[in-house]
Design a protein around this ligand. Structure first.
Ligand code: 5GP
Ligand code: ZN
Length: 112
């Protein structure tokens, strides 16, 4: 399958990792939209939030368990925003579900 984030997970494409365990990986966005911009994603290939169902919702719940840890490891200390884009109108550009963790500074109301 030709998925950029699956290639990053396999190590075929390098990334600047913040956190990794058997189910989740988090790395810095290559094109940060604010001071600290991390992407957290399941290692399991799930296309988007629109493809979450009873077979994979455990992986998504688990990411939300990891997000506070990931934010701390990335150096975020004063709050953050979590965003996921799903489908064409949202401008999702990589079809492997991922959660943008945005912080490190006061964010504008509209970002990502
Ligand atoms: P989306 O637009 O799908 O919600 O977010 C995709 C994100 O992946 C974008 O913020 C983009 O900058 C980031 N991205 C795209 N290619 C790469 C890459 O090769 N490495 C990293 N670290 N981030 C990437
Ligand atoms: Zn994938």
């Amino acid at each position: 399958m030709d998925c950029l984030f699956c290639k990053i997970i396999k190590g075929d494409i390098p990334s600047n990792k913040v956190y990794e365990d058997e189910r989740v990986v988090a790395f810095y966005d290559i094109n940060p939209e604010c001071k600290i911009h991390v992407l957290a994603l399941p290692k399991k290939h799930i296309e988007s939030a629109d493809h979450v169902d009873e077979t994979n919702s455990g992986d998504i719940a688990y990411i939300f368990e990891c997000i506070p840890k990931i934010a701390k490891l990335a150096g975020i200390t004063n709050g953050y925003r979590v965003i996921t884009n799903a489908g064409s109108d949202s401008c999702q550009s990589v079809n492997h579900i991922h959660f943008h963790i945005l912080g490190g500074e006061k964010l504008p109301e509209h970002i990502k």
